[in-house]
Write a protein that binds this ligand. Structure first.
Ligand SMILES: Nc1ncnc2c1ncn2[C@@H]1O[C@H](COP(=O)(O)OP(=O)(O)O)[C@@H](O)[C@H]1O
Ligand SMILES: [Mg+2]
Length: 250
């Protein structure tokens, strides 16, 4: 069982889109996949039609209460499962102020046995939810795009990661930076790849060879609440995520 966190404290870099498409594609290839939505905004839950109402148990009940992950998990399709988020998670920082709060998610994940991959979507913040994800994780994947190669943001991410590695999870590593919403036709496309390489070397990691191109199909699919591959399996984005999974599994 491998636990992967999709993280970047910037919003709009395709964390949620990547979690959905990456997980969906792995499931299609026969792996049993659990997606965990840790963003209080619940975009991933919305995407898979698993939005919480007042009755639903969610990751809030897992992290701030006594629920097990299995008790809040929905089956999406063959091999694909989702543990939904809840707006109440926005208050987790206050509610979790007990000893060991960094380990809440790890404890709940450690008892799961049936999954090949667990993929965690995180909020655009480096608070307790992201720290819980990093503590429970084998590997971080960092989606990033043109507008957001700010050195400051990467230093903050690196610091959080180093902190978690030092105190909570010595095995934490970064799988790589995934360039998303990329347009190979623009003048700055080469500069973007160079910047990504620079950030990767600062973080002691690599840039994945595959990049995810910009395509309108992403927003159309999100609007329809279907994964891109089901919306249009021939779209460039759909192809790019398949290529990414090929590269990832190599
Ligand atoms: N490859 C892409 N091409 C075009 N739009 C994209 C692509 N990936 C993501 N988007 C759009 O960008 C926005 C942010 O994506 P999202 O996955 O929600 O990012 P995050 O979770 O990092 O905030 C969404 O409106 C989404 O539809
Ligand atoms: Mg998101």
């Amino acid at each position: 069982m491998k636990v992967i966190t999709i993280a970047n404290q910037k919003g709009g870099v395709a964390k949620t889109t990547t979690t959905a498409s990456f997980g969906y594609e792995l499931a299609k290839r026969g792996f049993k996949v659990l997606l965990i939505d840790l963003d209080p905004q619940g975009d991933l839950s919305y995407y898979f039609n698993c939005e919480a109402d007042d009755e639903t148990k969610t990751m809030y009940d897992v992290l701030c209460g006594n629920a097990n992950i299995e008790a809040v998990t929905n089956k999406i399709s063959e091999n694909l499962y989702l543990a939904p988020s809840d707006l109440l998670l926005a208050g987790a920082e206050q509610e979790m102020n007990k000893t060991g709060k960094e380990y809440r998610l790890k404890e709940k994940i450690d008892v799961l046995k049936n999954y090949d991959y667990i993929i965690i979507d995180t909020p655009p913040a480096l608070g307790i939810l992201t720290v819980n994800a990093f503590t429970a994780t084998n590997e971080i994947i960092i989606p990033s795009n043109a507008g957001v190669f700010s050195t400051k943001a990467f230093i903050q991410l690196a610091n959080t990661m180093q902190g978690v590695k030092k105190y909570f999870n010595p095995n934490l590593c970064i799988g790589g930076i995934l360039i998303t919403r990329y347009n190979p036709q623009t003048k700055i496309s080469k500069a973007i790849r160079d910047m990504a390489e620079q950030m990767a070397s600062r973080l002691n990691t690599k840039v994945y060879e595959t990049y995810i191109r910009t395509a309108i199909a992403v927003e159309e699919a999100q609007y329809e609440q279907v994964v891109i591959d089901d919306y249009n399996g021939n779209s460039t984005v759909s192809q790019d995520y398949k290529t990414f999974v090929d590269e990832y599994l190599k």
